[in-house]
Design a protein around this ligand. Structure first.
Ligand code: FEO
Ligand code: CA
Ligand code: CA
Ligand code: CA
Length: 606
C-alpha cells in the first residue's frame, strides 16, 4: 500500500541515514544543544572541570560519567521548568584520566574516589527555552549529586536480612551508594526508579569463596575471580568479597530517588527482587495497584513483574509520593513464561516467520513470593528477593535474549521490551530458539510487545507478539511489524525505549552490529504504519544512545561513552562534544524542530 498521505502524528521527519560521523546528526530542520555533560557543574558553586587536575571533591559536585537513563519531570503545566534526572552508569578510568596520570595496575586513592563520585545520579533543574528552543540547566536548590557515598535506605521484605548485614551496617537496612545504574523511569507520582545492573564487576576476590551454597549464589550473579578491574578493594574493604561477603547482596536492586526533595534519603526496594536490573517501569492496575516491570539484562535471563498489595494515590504531593513509594515495599513478585502458538518445527532459528505469519503466543506470570511468603521450594521469602535468579530458575520461566528496557505504552496499554541481542542463542550447550527468541546467534536483537489479559497490569496471563526482529531490512531474518521493509531504517541492538504522546515507540540502540553509529529511532505500533522504523538521530562515534525522552516539542538523548573503542589519553576516536583535539565527554543533548518564525515547533509534525 505504501506510505499514507498523512503520516502518523509525531513521526513526520526525514530519516537520518546510517553514518559513522563524530557528531549528533539530526533530521533537516531540527536544532540541538548540549544540555549537560561530564564535569559540568551540578551543585551551585561547583568548581569548573579541569581534566588534568581532577579531584573527588569537585567530581561530587559535577555531572558524573556515562549518562544512561534520562528522566524529565515537569514542574509546571507547560513543562517550562523541569527536574532532569540522569544516571551515571559506569566509569572507564583509561578515558577519564590523562595517560601520564593513570596507571591501570595502580590507581591512586584519589582516582578511585573520583570514580566513586562519578557514579550514581544527577538531579538538575532545567528550563525549556521558549524562544530559542532546547533545554538549559539552572543553578537551583534542587540540584543534587547522588554517588557511591550517598546513604540509601534498604526497604521491603528483605530489609534487615542476615544476608544484608555487614561490619559497617549491623541493621542490614542502610547502604552507601548505588552503582551501574542503567535504565529507569519516572513514576506516576513523580519520583525516579533506576536499575542497578552489572554490579558484580566492582567486587574483588569472589573466587576465593568455597562454601558450596555461597559459591552457587556468587556464580549465578557472575561473581568470581580475584582483583577487580578498578581495584576499589584496595581503598575500601567492602568491595572485597573475601573480607565483606554480604556487601554484594546490597547491590542489584531497583532504587528510587525523590528529586522533588533534595534532602530525601534514596531507597533500595527489596520487594522488586535482586538481579541485573536494566530498569523498572510502572503501570497502574485496573484496581489501582502498582505494577512494576523489570528485565534482567543477561543472556538467557528473565523478565519480572511486581504488583503491589496497596493502592495508588493520585497526584504528586509530598504525601502522595511518600504513600506510593511505600507501595513498592509489599506485594507479589512474578517471573514471565512466554509460550509460542506455532509448531516448534516452524521456529527453525533462521528468523523466518512461521506459517501463521507472526512470532506470537500467550504467557503467564509465575509467582515467586508475596510479602513474607515464598512460593519457591527450598527458598525462604527473603532468599527469593535476594537470590531472585536462583529462585526463578526453579519455576521454568523463559530464557530471553538479554531483556533491556521495558515500558508500558500510555496510549494502547500494551507493554514493550527491548531484547538487545544474544549471540549465544542456540549455541552448543546453550538454550535453543523458542518463538519469543526465534533466532540462532541473535546479533541484532528484537522488540517484544505483550497485552495483559483484560488490559490489566495486575493480570497473571497475557498474549504477546514480536513487533520487530531487528537488523538490516534487506536480509531475510528481519521483521518490521509487517511493514514494507524497503522503506524502513536499519536498526540493531535495541536498548532503551520510550513513548511519545501519540503512543509511538522510540528506541535507542547500543552496539549496532551493522557497522554504523548507534542512534534513536521512532516506530508507530498501531495502524497502517506499524513497524515503520525511522532513524531520528545518530550519536557520535563509538557512543551508545541512551535516555531517551520524547515530549511534544523536545527530544532528549544521552550520549554515553563516545570514543569508547580507544582510550582518550592516546588518540581519542571521538572529540565530541567540544571538538578540536579535546577528549570526548558523555553528555545529554536536546533536539527540537525549528518551527514558524524560528520558534520551536511540534517535534514530529511539519
Ligand atoms: Fe546497561 Fe543493559 O545496558
Ligand atoms: Ca505464531
Ligand atoms: Ca541499557
Ligand atoms: Ca546497554
Amino acid at each position: 500500500p505504501g506510505r499514507p498521505e498523512r503520516p502518523v502524528p509525531g513521526t513526520d521527519f526525514e530519516a537520518v541515514a546510517p553514518n559513522i560521523d563524530d557528531a549528533v546528526v539530526v533530521p533537516d530542520g531540527y536544532a540541538q544543544n548540549v544540555v549537560i555533560g561530564w564535569g559540568d557543574p551540578v551543585v551551585p558553586g561547583a568548581p569548573k572541570f579541569d581534566f588534568r587536575n581532577q579531584t573527588a571533591e569537585a567530581q561530587a559536585q559535577q555531572f558524573g560519567y556515562n549518562n544512561d537513563f534520562v528522566g524529565l519531570i515537569p514542574q509546571d503545566p507547560l513543562g517550562i521548568r523541569n527536574l532532569l534526572v540522569a544516571n551515571h552508569e559506569y566509569t572507564t578510568e583509561t578515558h577519564m584520566f590523562p595517560v601520564d596520570q593513570y596507571d591501570p595496575a595502580n590507581p591512586t586513592e584519589e582516582q578511585v574516589r573520583i570514580a566513586w563520585a562519578a557514579h550514581g545520579l544527577s538531579v538538575v533543574q532545567a528550563y525549556r527555552d521558549p524562544v530559542q528552543g532546547g533545554l538549559r540547566v539552572l543553578p537551583s536548590r534542587y540540584n543534587r549529586r547522588i554517588t557511591i557515598n550517598t546513604e540509601f535506605e534498604l526497604r521491603g521484605p528483605a530489609a534487615g536480612s542476615k544476608y544484608l548485614k555487614t561490619s559497617v551496617d549491623k541493621t542490614g537496612k542502610k547502604v552507601f551508594g548505588t552503582q551501574n545504574n542503567c535504565a529507569g523511569s519516572v513514576t506516576p507520582w513523580g519520583t525516579v526508579l533506576s536499575g542497578e545492573e552489572n554490579f558484580n564487576q566492582y567486587f574483588a576476590n569472589a573466587g576465593t569463596v568455597t562454601d558450596p551454597a555461597e559459591r552457587e549464589r556468587l556464580d549465578r550473579y557472575g561473581l568470581g575471580g580475584g582483583e577487580s578491574r578498578r581495584k576499589w578493594e584496595r581503598y575500601d574493604k567492602r568491595w572485597d568479597v573475601a573480607k565483606e561477603p554480604n556487601e554484594v547482596n546490597r547491590f542489584g536492586w531497583v532504587v528510587e530517588i525523590d528529586p522533588n526533595d533534595p534532602n530525601s534519603t534514596p531507597v533500595k526496594h527489596t520487594a522488586l527482587g535482586r538481579f541485573k536490573h536494566e530498569g523498572a517501569a510502572v503501570k497502574i492496575t485496573k484496581d489501582n495497584r502498582v505494577a512494576v516491570y523489570s528485565g534482567d539484562d543477561e543472556r538467557f535471563d528473565y523478565i519480572y513483574k511486581f504488583v503491589s498489595k496497596g493502592k495508588y494515590k493520585r497526584g504528586r504531593s509530598a504525601h502522595a509520593r511518600r504513600h506510593n513509594m511505600g507501595l513498592l515495599d509489599d506485594g507479589t513478585l512474578y517471573v514471565a513464561r512466554f509460550t509460542g502458538d506455532s509448531p516448534a518445527g516452524e521456529i527453525d532459528g533462521s528468523g523466518k516467520l512461521p506459517a501463521d505469519g507472526e512470532f506470537d503466543g500467550v504467557g503467564e506470570w509465575i509467582k515467586l513470593a508475596s510479602g513474607n511468603k515464598s512460593f519457591v521450594d527450598g527458598f525462604t521469602a527473603e532468599e527469593v528477593y535476594i537470590f531472585t535468579r536462583l529462585a526463578a530458575d526453579k519455576v521454568g520461566p523463559t530464557k530471553m535474549d538479554r531483556p533491556e528496557d521495558i515500558e508500558p505504552n500510555p496510549v494502547n496499554g500494551r507493554i514493550y521490551a527491548a531484547l538487545t541481542n544474544n549471540s549465544d542463542r542456540g549455541k552448543a550447550g546453550k538454550a535453543g530458539v523458542d518463538e519469543a527468541n526465534p533466532r540462532v546467534g541473535n546479533r541484532n536483537g528484537h522488540v517484544l510487545e505483550w497485552e495483559e489479559q483484560g488490559g490489566d497490569a495486575g493480570a497473571t496471563r497475557f498474549s504477546w507478539r514480536l513487533l520487530l526482529v531487528c537488523g538490516d531490512p534487506e536480509t531475510a531474518d528481519t521483521y518490521f511489524g509487517g511493514f514494507d521493509k524497503s522503506k524502513v531504517s536499519p536498526i540493531s541492538c535495541p536498548d532503551n525505549v520510550a513513548f511519545d504522546r501519540h503512543g509511538n515507540l522510540w528506541i535507542s540502540t547500543d552496539g549496532n552490529a551493522l557497522g554504523s553509529n548507534d542512534g534513536l529511532f521512532s516506530v508507530p505500533v498501531d495502524g497502517p504504519e506499524r513497524g515503520y522504523v525511522k532513524q531520528f538521530l545518530t550519536v557520535p562515534y563509538a557512543a551508545e544512545a541512551c535516555g531517551p525522552v520524547v515530549t511534544d516539542n523536545l527530544v532528549l538523548v544521552a550520549v554515553q561513552h563516545p570514543g569508547e573503542d580507544a582510550p582518550n589519553s592516546g588518540a581519542p576516536t571521538s572529540h565530541w562534544p567540544d571538538g578540536g583535539r579535546s577528549i570526548p565527554r558523555p553528555a545529554i543533548v536536546s533536539v527540537w524542530r525549528q518551527g514558524r518564525f524560528g520558534l520551536p515547533g511540534d517535534i514530529g509534525t511539519r
